[in-house]
Design a protein around this ligand. Structure first.
Ligand SMILES: NC(=O)c1ccc[n+]([C@@H]2O[C@H](COP(=O)([O-])OP(=O)(O)OC[C@H]3O[C@@H](n4cnc5c(N)ncnc54)[C@H](O)[C@@H]3O)[C@@H](O)[C@H]2O)c1
Length: 317
């Protein structure tokens, strides 16, 4: 079988794991190169992947690959994606696909004429809970209220971006993915506690049918919480993304006096799952798991939330 010739760009915190997943897919992927700008990362890459070429610029190996994983800081995603698209390469780009609406528009112009696979790393879609709860999610009555929390203690990572770009983007994408929620307006409050960027933010998004989403994200919290709570006339669904469990309480009862059902769900290796989907799209034409338009939509929502934070006004999405 033909294998996909692959490079990973960026050997930092997440790039290391992406490299491990490329190596784990040796049946479908030829691991050609790791592209890392800085010597420290290059040395680590060489030590962990002695049979893989390590270079500092993507241009050095562009003619040797079919596809690349972009795992560099968000500010570099636009230029790297543009270059890879212009060279007709398949792309897996970590979230966010780019920094803002302006970059998204420019990238859309280039991507629309290309037949390449472009997948975006919205890994929170990989939780098994969404598959197990598909029936319940499909039955949620409109309007509904959804609350999502994604907070943790300060780790000093991703401070080149704010918490909306880094964390809330997962949840803004989940709204569309799990509930087909299309926000029409947003208002938000936030705090710059440790950095000169938003370290904590709470946003309220509404849709045309009166549903409301409240998302809280923070990187200066005292504990780690990642959960989703959906309430409507049809009952309630609660998912603990941290503990990998969920509970449901519909408007009726499960059996005499039993109103709540609790389940654990299997913890998955999200990156491994995403890599599998990527190769399936390239080799077998399978639909792209999180496509370019999904990535652009999430970037637009992030931009809208940031405008709401800066202006302290309700912003139309
Ligand atoms: N899906 C998720 O849950 C998730 C989790 C963490 C990070 N991310 C995303 O992954 C990306 C990387 O995050 P990270 O935490 O690994 O960052 P990081 O800073 O730890 O690593 C980035 C690496 O890229 C290298 N680099 C920078 N510019 C480069 C270039 N032009 N060419 C080659 N190498 C370059 C840096 O030297 C560094 O080693 C970000 O976009 C982030 O949002 C996604």
């Amino acid at each position: 079988m033909k294998k996909v010739k692959v490079a990973v760009i960026g050997y930092g915190h997440l790039g290391k794991w992406h490299c491990q997943k490329v190596a784990a897919h040796a049946d479908v992927a030829d691991f050609v190169a790791i592209v890392e700008k800085f010597p420290q990362g290059q040395e680590a890459a060489k030590a962990n992947h002695p049979n893989v070429k390590v270079v500092s610029e993507i241009s050095e190996i562009i003619n040797e690959i079919d596809a690349a994983f972009i795992v560099t800081p968000t500010s570099t995603h636009f230029a790297l994606s543009k270059y890879l698209l212009e060279n007709n390469k398949h792309i897996f780009c970590e979230k966010p696909v780019c920094s803002n609406d302006e970059e998204a528009m420019a990238l859309t112009k280039i991507a629309q004429d290309k037949k390449m696979v472009f997948q975006v790393g919205h890994s929170e879609r990989c939780h098994e809970a969404w598959e197990k709860l598909a029936e319940e999610l499909g039955q949620v009555q409109r309007p509904f209220t959804i609350r999502i929390n994604r907070v943790a203690a300060f780790k000093g990572r991703a401070t080149d971006v704010d918490v909306v770009q880094d964390l809330a983007i997962h949840d803004l994408d989940l709204l569309t993915y799990i509930l087909k929620f299309n926000p029409v307006s947003v208002r938000a409050d936030g705090y710059k506690i440790r950095t000169d960027k938003w370290d904590h933010a709470t946003m309220e998004l509404t849709d045309a049918n009166g549903s409301v989403a409240y998302i809280t994200v923070g990187r200066n919290h005292v504990k780690e919480i990642r959960d989703v709570e959906i309430t409507s006339q049809s009952g309630m669904i609660y998912v603990d993304l941290f503990a990998n469990k969920y509970a449901t309480s519909p408007s009726g009862q499960y059996s005499e006096g039993v109103f709540v059902k609790e389940e654990n769900y299997a913890k998955r290796d999200h990156l491994l799952v995403e890599h599998g989907y990527f190769y399936d799209s390239i080799l077998n034409g399978a639909p792209v798991f999180v496509n370019f338009n999904d990535g652009v939509k999430a970037v637009h929502l992030v931009d809208s939330v940031l405008k709401a934070l800066e202006t302290k006004k309700t912003v139309q999405v």
